[in-house]
Structures are given as C-alpha cells and as structure tokens.
Design a protein around this ligand. Structure first.
Ligand code: SF4
Length: 923
C-alpha cells in the first residue's frame, strides 16, 4: 500500500485527497486532513472517486479516420501526431493561423495550460485558444478587473468563520460546493446571529439555510443590487471614509441607482420591497459581509454587470479588504483559476496580461523567446464554434472538455464539429464530443498525472500521479508539446516568423516558466516552487520571492490593483434577459447542478453509486403549471425553446414559482436521446454573450412545455453486473434510433442498467427482440417468464435467477416499471411470485416499500427509511441528530445534511421548503 496526496478533480473548493494504491491500482480515497481547503472532508463526489476508475469507457489509444465515411482505427502516437501536424500545417498554410482553434478546459492542470498556450500563440500564432472556463468564471474575471483592477478574489475560506452576514447570490453551494457549505453551517452554528441572505429564483437547499431568501425572477439580479445600493445611499449607510479614500466613480453609480427604488424594483424582481430594504441594511450594517456567488451571476448575457453591481455594494459599504468581508466568487471547476492565471483564454495572456496590450505581448514573447505574438483578439468559446460552423475555422483541437454537451445551442456546435475539416479530441473518456473526432488522442487523467491547480481562494495545490496512465494515454501537456514540436518544424518551412517549438520535459519545467510570467504581477508566485509546495503544502498567491507564506486576503491596505490604487465604481444599467418569454414560450427555464453529479458526467456518471440520489433526467415544474398542462409526475413532455426541442419526463417542484422550470445541466445526448441525436438541456439554451466577458447565457431560456403523448413506450432493466460501464455502453448503443429514450443506472444494493424509450410508432418486432435479447429476457431464455399480447402491443418479460429478479422488459404498458425496478435493485426475493411478476399496473404483487432517492450516499440511506425514522415535531437539528444516531445518515461527508433538515422541517411542519410567493405586481 502507498499513499499519495493530491487534489479532487471536481469543483473549485479544491479539496485535498489521499489516494491509497496497491499493486499499481487505486484502491481507496479519503480526505486529506492536512489540506487547508477541506481538513479531511470530502463530499459524495470526492469520496466516490475510486468507484469511477477502470478502463471501460476510457480512451486508451490514438485513433484516426481518414475520411468521415470510415470508422476510426488504431494508430501509433508518432503517426497520429504527424498526421495532425500535416493537417494543421496545410490549413494554416492556406488559410492562415486564425483558421485553427484550440478549445481547452478548466479541468486541465496549470502546466497543461502553459503547454497549450505556447502551442497556440507561440507556435501557430493565433489567439484562438479558449477554455470551458469561459462558461464558468469569465464574468467573475471581468467584474474583478473592471472594479478592483485584477482578476483576483480578495477573500479566503477562513473569512466565512468571521463574517456576520453572508450574501449568497446565484449559488446552490449546498450542492455545488458541499465541503464549503459544511463550513457555512459550522459558522452559523458557532455564531447564530450571523445573517444569511440567499438570492436565487429557486428554493434550493442553500436557500433553506437562509434568514432571508430573495427568490428573484431569473435575470433581475442587477436591478436587485442597484436597489440595495439605492437603500444604502438613501439611509446613509455608505462608508464615506472608505469611498473617499479608496475608490473612484461613486457619483455616477449613485446617480444611476437613484431610479432603482425598492418599490419599483420589487415588481421587476418579484420580491417584497421590505425584503430589499432589509437585505441592504443587513449587508451594509453588518460588521463584516462576505458575498459568495457562482454561476447564477456569471452564466448570463449580463454576467459582468451582475458581478460589478455586487462589487459596487461592497465598495459603497466598505465591506472589502477586511477580515470576514469581500466579494468572493466560487469557482466552478478545479482549475478555472489556474487557467486564468496561465492566460488560457482568448483575450488574456499569462500572468493576468491582456492580448490587446502590446507591452504585455512583448513581455510574454520575451519570456517565451519567440518573435511577435499575435495581436488580433482570439475567438471565445461560443464564437470559436460559431466560426467553425460558418467555415471560418477549419481545424479544432479540443482537450479535456465536452462542447457537444456543455455549450449552449448545441445545434450550432454539432454543425461546427461536422463542418470543420479536421477535429482532434484529446480525452480520457468517451464523451458526446469524441464521436466527432477525426483524430482521438488518449489523455491521462486524475491520479495519473503531475501538476498544480488553483482553487477559489487562490490556493495552489499539487496534483500528483498515483498510478501509471492506462493503455497509451499521455499527460495532456506532453501531447501538446509533442504536437507543437512537429508543427513548428513544418511551419518553419514556409513561415519566416514561426515561433520556436516549446521544449519541456516535465510538468515542473512548465510550471517554472509559468512562475516566471507572474513575477511583478498581482499573482506573483516568484517565491514558490514544487519543493515548497511539497514541504509546506498548498499555498495562496501572491507568494513573492523571499516570502515565507502566501497572502490570505487581498487589499487589506486599501490599495487596489488599478493604476492609481483606487477601486472603481462602475454604473450598471439593468437590461432585460436575452431570451424574453412571450405567449409562445411562456416559461423561464433555468439550469443548475445536482448534488452527486459533475458537469457532463464523464466521470461521475461511471458509477451507479452516484445515481442513487437522482437517477434520470427530469424537468422540474411548479405543481400548478403541471396541472395546467395536464401533466403528472413522470409523464413525458416536450420542452421547446426558440432553438430546439427535447422530450423528457417531468416532476413537480415546490422549489419553483409558477412560470419557472428547472433542469440540471448534466444530462447530454449520452443519456437523453432524441430522433436526430439531440439530448440535454443545452438544446434549449441560448448562445447570447455578455459583451465584456463573452460568457454565454446558460441560466435563462424562454420555453414552452407540452405533454408528449407517445403512442408507444418501452422499458428495460438488467442487473448491471461486474462491469457496469460496459453494460451501460451496450444499452447506450442500443438506444440509438429508438425515438426518444433515456439510459442510466438504477442504484441500489443490486444496481441495474435501464433503458426507457418512447415514440409515436413502435419499433419493429426484430428491434424489440434484439433489445429483449440484450437485456436477457428473450423468449425461451433460462429463467425467463413472458406475457405477449400481439393484438394490443403489450408485452412483459421478467428473468429470475436464484430467486432474484435480474432483468425485466415492458412494452406498450410500462406502469409496473417502478416496482420491478425496486425489486431488482433491492435484491428482493421474488422466487415464489412466478407469473405474478408479469402483472401490469402500478401495484406490486407483494407489499413493497419503495426506497426512494438515496439521500445519504455514504451510509446508503434512502428517503423511505428517513421518512420512517423521522421523529415528529422535533426541531430539525435535533431530528437530524436522531436520524444520524438511528440510521447513520448525515454522519459521514455531510452532503445530505441540507436535505435531512428539509425533510425534518416538512415533518415538523414548521417551515415548508417552498419558494416565497411573489408580491402582486405594481399597478
Ligand atoms: S467539495 Fe466535493 S467536489 Fe468539490 S473539491 Fe471538495 S470533494 Fe471535490
């Protein structure tokens, strides 16, 4: 056994993880007690990392297709990179360097970013390199730069313990940043007087913890914050001394917010006037106000304005540069920060420099020892794919990200990937995007590579290799460097100003060059090294030469990163959403995250254990909207926007106001299938961009929802077996062409793989027979019982092995799927039931307690067990403690605590978790 200290590859909390290895394999993970971000804690996702490993579904060797008519076939690394260099060289030679583009990832390590940046800007000579951090933190970066002068979150996690008011906006931290939320819970428990204000259109688990929940209409954040500033001005709560000494531009902002009276804005935001006033007073009067914000502010066509309007509040009330105070963006991805530091965006250069600044370009060219760097602004993520769809960008290199699932308006993305002449995808896992690759390159992933990442509080942690990469996979930086060497040679033949090939032999060499680009900048890490990180553990930047430690919080001396040291107020006019509702598209759709899944599920979707909480894609609707549309829980509905349409089952939600809909971001076309290959919520979202940050609007789309009354439905389940990913891959393949379909895991002690399909016309008898055979319920099979009514089109089949249900299939009438699924996944003894298992309808042939969703993943405790054990009429914290003692739930990672409290609150009937009603609009 060996133990390797590394960092979690999911969210920007940046938890330390200890990997246990044995015989060259990762056998267990646990939280690192010495890591300052988590002190040993992990959430369900981090704690389940070991369950997501294995070679099934990994990209293991380079594959090439020479024409689109052929399948890809195996090729060696040398040939693969030679072909890539030849194709890129030909396109660059004919159409210029801006005819190619690189789309990389906030999951890459800082060292990978350095390699790709050298490749794109230094070798190719294009700024067409952008990252999926554009979808995540670009607006936060713009907001910081415009107001404080640098893309640098001023506070640190310790500030949570010292805040008297937490202002959480556009963040369901309870699910998206669970370990950080544990810290918020602990801070509130230690200081019950601390006020928590949550701004979120939904009644999330985070909102449940709020003293004040402002359930604003999606997209109205700027109006709310301007109204709060109006109150702060009107009630003389401005910190005049701070504003006079440390800021500029207050007069213009003050003039702008004059019109934003709480009374007028209450109608715009759908919240009560007195709540706006109350929030402003709490914010400004608190001894220390810390705001925590995430994609609800960033993923918007007005994302920069939302960030700036919030920072204006901090500046006006002097809530910045002090312990416990400041604007603190929560990073979505593990290394969105490191990517920004390394200049991995189309508009930036390493060391927080700007492409548009000639001096900055010259500084980087000098460090890189190359000629002039390109000055033309590069294409940001959405623009890059739009350019490829239009034919202007002809070659795409995509690394460690899944644009065919994660970008908005996926029709355009698919067109781009089809129209581009040459698409290279460098990946560890098979994803929606790898299907489009002309050249697929196997990349090493978490646990297999060396480097660093930076978390939300500017803390740099080491990422370490615990095992060798499988197959022929290489670290991402090495792929970029080896390709760059080959391409540089070719380009040098016909381009006088070709950049020198980057020449690095290790991740540490790349990081040392990155350090050099930071010296003298706001993020200076000239005094840091791998050796110091290894000796002293993770460190925050800046960490200048001669320093013994990093800087916990910024601007404590009142000097900001602007040329004159003063922060800037920036007036933020309020603009309506980019995709307004109307009579045809009357519902406001927002997107977000689930507790146990991460991004496109390429890793978290690899284990049935993480499917127990939410197992299938669902669109959540307000109960009244469902009734109005004639929909019941589980019914399929068509959801259409001005850009696309999907079919998905619906579920009622008390967390949504009337007129609102919600769907998690995670499910793409690997899980949710449509007749033309579409699937997932990004078929519906809009590619409108924020004018400053060029971050797309992923949080608001106007949609309509209609019942999808399919003439035919089919449902299959089979035990997942020893290799559940292989089973899932087979089912995924079988789902194609079935009309609308969902595939996934059914979690439980005996997990299953599930296919649920629906269409207007039933598949052919041969197709249905093939599906039955795949799931092990073919007629005549061992242990198979069948009921077939060809006249009505109803067929039911079950397979029983050793008194346990191991497979089932239903076509025509699928109402019995719930109890069959329960029996299979619970491992219920069904041997004596015989043909009763073929009974249709909702009612099972035996009394069966449906487990419901798994609330506590660590202790595997489902909702039904919690309901049964919940003591009545106890304070929710006491009830949660009693549940922990009885069932063990909530006593491990703590990710389930908000839901346990919610269930206890409902049972105690003291506070139903319902979104507050909107006030009547002003007349
Ligand atoms: S909170 Fe969870 S997902 Fe985020 S870094 Fe920590 S363990 Fe990983």
């Amino acid at each position: 056994m060996a133990t390797v200290a590394t960092t979690c590859p999911y969210c920007g909390v940046g938890c330390g993880v200890l990997i246990e290895t044995a015989a060259g394999r990762i056998v267990a993970v646990r939280g690192d007690p010495d890591h300052p971000a988590n002190r040993g804690r992990l959430c369900t996702k981090g704690a389940s990392l070991a369950a997501t490993l294995g070679e099934t579904g990994r990209v293991l060797e380079p594959e090439l297709r020479r024409t689109r008519a052929e399948p890809r076939t195996r090729i060696g690394w040398n040939d693969a990179l030679d072909v890539a260099a030849e194709r890129f060289d030909a396109i660059i030679g004919t159409h210029g360097p801006d005819a190619v583009g690189f789309y990389v990832s906030g999951q890459l390590l800082t060292e990978d970013y350095v390699a790709f940046n050298r490749l794109a800007r230094g070798v190719v000579g294009t700024n067409n390199i952008d990252t999926n951090s554009r979808l995540c933190m670009a607006s936060a970066a713009s907001g910081y730069k415009l107001t404080l002068g640098a893309d640098a979150p001023p506070p640190c996690y310790d500030d949570i313990d010292h805040a008297d008011c937490l202002f959480i906006a556009g963040s369901n931290a309870a699910w998206a940043h669970p370990v950080l939320f544990r810290r918020i819970e602990a801070a509130k428990a230690a200081n019950p007087a601390m006020k928590i204000i949550v701004v979120d259109p939904r009644r999330t688990e985070t909102a449940d913890a709020a003293d004040l929940h402002l359930a604003i209409t999606p997209g109205t954040d700027v109006a709310l914050m301007n109204a709060m500033l109006h109150v702060i001005v009107w009630e003389d709560l401005v910190d005049v001394r701070f504003v006079d000494a440390h800021t500029r531009g207050f007069a213009d902002t003050k003039a702008l917010v004059r019109e934003f009276t709480p009374r007028a804005v209450a109608g715009v935001c759908g919240v009560h006037e007195e709540d706006i006033v109350g929030a402003a007073r709490m914010f400004a009067r608190s001894k220390a106000t810390l705001s925590l914000y995430c994609q609800g502010l960033n993923q918007s066509a007005a994302g920069t304005a939302k960030n700036v309007a919030l920072i204006n509040l901090h500046l006006a009330s002097g809530q910045i540069g002090r312990i416990g105070a400041g604007p603190f963006s929560l990073t979505g991805q593990p290394n969105a920060m490191g990517g920004r530091e390394a200049g991995g965006m189309a508009t930036t250069l390493p060391g927080h420099r700007d492409v548009a600044d000639a001096e900055h370009r010259a500084e980087i060219a000098s460090i890189w020892r190359v000629g002039e760097l390109p000055s033309r602004s590069g294409l940001a993520a959405v623009e890059l794919f739009e350019a490829a769809a239009d034919g202007a960008v002809r070659a795409l290199w995509i690394a460690c990200t899944n644009p065919a699932q994660s970008l908005p308006d996926l029709r355009v993305v698919r067109r781009a990937l089809e129209r581009a002449e040459f698409v290279v995808v460098q990946e560890a896992f098979a994803t929606e995007t790898t299907a489009f690759a002309d050249l697929l390159l196997p990349a090493a992933t978490w646990g297999e590579k060396e480097g660093t990442v930076t978390n939300s509080e500017r803390r740099i942690s080491r990422v370490r290799r615990a095992v060798e990469p499988p197959g022929m996979a290489w670290p991402d930086w090495r792929i970029a460097i080896e390709f760059g060497r080959r391409l540089a040679k070719r380009l040098a033949c016909h381009r006088a100003s070709s950049g020198a090939a980057p020449d690095f032999e290790s991740a540490e060499e790349l990081w040392n060059e990155h350090r050099a680009t930071t010296i003298g900048r706001d993020l200076d890490i000239g005094g840091l090294s791998y050796a110091i990180l290894d000796r002293d553990g993770p460190q925050q930047w800046p960490y200048r030469a001669g320093a013994r430690t990093g800087m916990a919080r910024l601007y404590e001396n009142g000097v900001f990163a602007t040329p004159d040291g003063r922060a800037r107020f920036v007036p933020t006019p309020y603009a309506a959403v980019a995709d307004p509702i109307d009579a045809r598209f009357p519902l406001r759709l927002t997107t977000g995250r689930l507790r146990d899944q991460w991004h496109g599920m390429s890793r978290t979707g690899r284990t049935s254990a993480l499917a127990g909480h939410v197992s299938q894609p669902r669109l959540a609707l307000n109960v009244d909207d469902m009734a109005l549309a004639g929909l019941r829980a589980g019914d399929w509905a068509f959801v259409a926007s001005r850009r696309g349409r999907i079919a998905v089952p619906v579920e009622p939600s008390r967390a949504l106001r009337r007129g609102h809909a919600y769907m998690p971001m995670h499910w793409g076309s690997h899980w949710l299938f449509g007749p033309s290959g579409e699937g997932g919520v990004n078929e519906l979202t809009i590619a409108a961009l924020d004018p400053h940050s060029r971050q797309p609007e992923l949080k608001h789309a106007a949609v309509r929802v209609e019942p999808a009354r399919f003439a035919w439905q089919g449902w299959w389940i089979a035990a997942a077996g020893n290799d559940e990913n292989a089973a899932l891959a087979r089912v995924r393949e079988a789902a194609r062409g079935l009309g609308y379909a969902i595939v996934g895991f059914a979690a439980g002690p005996a997990p299953g793989v599930v296919l649920h399909a629906a269409a207007d016309i039933a598949p052919s008898a041969a197709r249905l027979a093939a599906l039955d055979a795949l799931f092990g319920v073919a007629a005549g099979g061992c242990g198979v019982l069948r009921y077939d009514d060809a006249r009505s089109g109803v067929a039911r089949a079950v397979r029983v092995d050793g008194a346990r249900l191991t497979a089932a299939a239903l076509t025509g009438d699928v109402r019995s799927h719930r109890w069959l699924c329960e029996m299979l996944t619970a491992g219920t003894e069904v041997g004596r039931l015989g043909h009763a298992l073929l009974r249709g309808g909702d009612a099972p042939p035996i009394a069966l307690a449906e487990r419901g969703p798994v609330i506590c993943q660590c202790a595997n405790v489902a909702a039904s067990a919690i309901e049964a054990a919940l003591p009545a009429a106890q304070a929710s914290d006491d009830a949660v403690r009693a549940l922990g003692a009885a069932l063990g739930c909530g006593t491990h990672c703590g990710s389930c605590l908000p839901e346990l409290r919610r269930l206890a609150a409902v049972r105690g009937e003291r506070r139903a978790p319902v979104v507050p009603e909107a006030p009547e609009p002003l007349r």
